[in-house]
Design a binder for this molecule. Structure first.
Ligand code: TYD
Length: 134
């Protein structure tokens, strides 16, 4: 069984999409092992997106990710990392096809509703970062 880290970002919470997003993961029979709502600190947001620190949109991204509460989920299932990335849809809003979470709900590439780990290595790091009490 694999585990992955999902974040329902501030616009997902603000737009009251938490239930509909979690429903998709439950419909796919994935298991929610842990879950909480909270505001991410600037330090945590900067560590999480450190691979993008030289991009022009980085300040905007950090301001957005710390602008309000998020919901963090620890999901478990077979091939859950690749599966959940597929359910999210592409990063670029114009490439996120209908039927995916971003394709159905996101209106901008920066404010794109959800995050999910993209590899086993990053899943392990991100689970430690957002579920450090485990
Ligand atoms: P990235 O890690 O490349 O994609 P993903 O979230 O699909 O793993 O990018 C992280 C976030 O940075 C992305 O969800 C939204 C934001 N972002 C932009 O605002 N503009 C961009 O051009 C890119 C590539 C990302």
């Amino acid at each position: 069984m694999e585990q992955t880290l999902v974040i329902i970002k501030p616009d997902g919470v603000e737009r009251k999409l938490i239930g509909r997003i979690i429903q998709r993961f439950e419909d796919k029979n994935l298991t929610i092992k842990e879950m909480y709502q909270g505001v991410i600190s600037k330090d945590v947001a900067e560590s999480h997106y450190a691979h993008l620190k030289d991009k022009s949109f980085f300040p905007e991204l950090i301001a957005y990710m710390t602008s309000g509460p998020v919901v963090c989920l620890l999901l478990e299932g077979n091939d859950v990392i690749a599966l959940v990335r597929q359910m999210l849809g592409a990063t670029n809003i114009l490439k996120a096809v209908p039927g995916t979470i971003r394709g159905d709900f996101a209106c901008s590439t920066t404010e794109n509703i959800v995050h999910a780990s993209d590899s086993p290595e990053n899943a392990a790091i991100e689970i430690r970062r957002f579920f450090s009490h485990l």
